[in-house]
Ligand binder design. Structure first.
Ligand code: ATP
Ligand code: MG
Length: 364
């Protein structure tokens, strides 16, 4: 069998981002070795808030060009208490998403085996929660447009402009319908707030209806206002499958989804360039968690799940089984009681990681 080498740009970042990126690269190398048909070549970039405090920059001038030489980007977490969150966000993650054409953010959510769901009804009917949240990742409320007039004094007025384009809406809707089409339930819920946000969200609705026509009889769909959506996610999780929402709305909904599925330390995310002209980026949804940084107790499951999604993406359909095997290894280990504290266990990051590697060797 000929072997493919995938070049991965690893950006561990800050806090537990470093621990879980190390853990993920160990698991990915083990998976590749067990499979035998591919390998990873990791290049680590020390771009973080800690380094920013030392040298005054997050990313060198040619940072994007360096990233572009890779097949994928694996991201840990960025953020540190001494640096305001908006600085780290706008210095690293958001510019990467924009420059790398990663206009889709995919967040799969389900309750993994042995995870305790916080809601009794979900704990009983675990299969009810099985969603893919598709977040528009390039425009909307995080377009960075707006400003402050009248200084910061008593008369200050700040505007935060949400920018929506037909091109931007249409491509995310198409991606969402294509995702829904490939899933067993073939169902898409479109989230909006067009009763109150009367320009951008109205265009969002209009383009959605246009694209929906192309999927008539193929994908069943419905439409929700974002406020009502939070209630439905808690009360009727089984009534949804694929969910598409704007940058801001999906950001909030996916944190709610992660909490419903057990712990923020479990949830993965993929920032995709569906055209594959730039590398896509994979990262757990949690942040740098300064409170537990350096203690060796961070839950690496979200990092491993993100790694599985990266394998799936890199394999273009050829490595789906391998990605599923990685998920199986993660779930078996957790079922065997090897879990970090946030999942009700007592194991360290290293113990979970070593156990997952052993399980991969047994399965793959
Ligand atoms: P950031 O500013 O980078 O977003 P944060 O601390 O505000 O970091 P998160 O890191 O997402 O936000 O998480 C909030 C809390 O959830 C953390 O302080 C931590 O206690 C817990 N947590 C998050 N991720 C994990 C994990 N992987 N394992 C264990 N606990 C976690
Ligand atoms: Mg935070």
């Amino acid at each position: 069998m000929s072997s493919t080498t995938y070049k991965i740009a690893a950006i561990p970042g800050d806090g537990i981002g470093v621990d879980i990126t190390d853990a993920a690269s160990q698991v990915l190398n083990t998976l590749a070795q067990a499979h035998g048909g591919f390998s990873f070549d990791f290049m680590t970039f020390d771009w973080s808030s800690k380094k920013y405090l030392e040298r005054g920059w997050y990313m060198p001038e040619d940072g994007m060009a360096q990233l572009k030489k890779h097949d994928a980007i694996y991201f840990g977490a960025v953020g540190w208490p001494d640096v305001p969150d908006h600085i780290s966000l706008w210095s690293l993650i958001l510019p990467i998403r924009t420059s790398m054409n990663q206009y889709v953010n995919v967040r799969p959510t389900r309750i993994l085996k042995s995870v305790t769901a916080p809601l009794a009804q979900l704990q009983k009917n675990r299969k009810d929660l099985d969603w893919v949240i598709i977040r528009e990742n390039s425009e909307g409320e995080y377009a960075g447009q707006g400003g402050i007039t009248h200084g910061h004094g008593p008369n200050a007025i700040a505007t935060e402009l949400a920018i929506f384009t037909r091109v931007g809406i249409e491509r995310i809707m198409r991606f969402a319908f294509e995702t829904a089409k490939l899933r067993p339930r073939k169902k898409l819920t479109m989230v909006t707030k067009s009763n109150a946000q009367r320009h951008g969200m109205v265009l969002w609705d209009k383009v959605f209806y246009e694209v929906a026509k192309e999927y008539e009889g193929v994908v069943e769909w419905d439409k929700m206002l974002v406020d009502a959506m939070t209630v439905r996610m808690v009360n009727k999780p089984e009534s949804m499958d694929t969910i598409v929402a704007t940058n801001l709305h999906a950001d909030i909904l996916s944190d709610l989804a992660a909490a419903l599925a057990g712990s923020i330390g479990i949830a993965p995310s993929s920032n995709l360039d569906p055209t594959r002209s730039c590398p896509s980026m994979f990262e757990p949804i949690h942040g740098s968690a300064p409170d537990i940084a350096g203690k060796g107790i961070a839950n690496p499951v979200g990092a491993f799940w993100s790694a599985a999604e990266m394998v799936r993406w890199l394999g273009k359909g050829d490595l789906d089984k391998t990605a599923d095997q990685l998920m199986e290894a993660i779930e078996n280990v957790s079922e065997n009681g090897i879990r970090t504290r946030d999942m009700g266990g007592e194991s360290s990051t290293k113990e979970v990681t070593d156990a997952v590697c052993k399980e991969i060797e047994a399965i793959v």
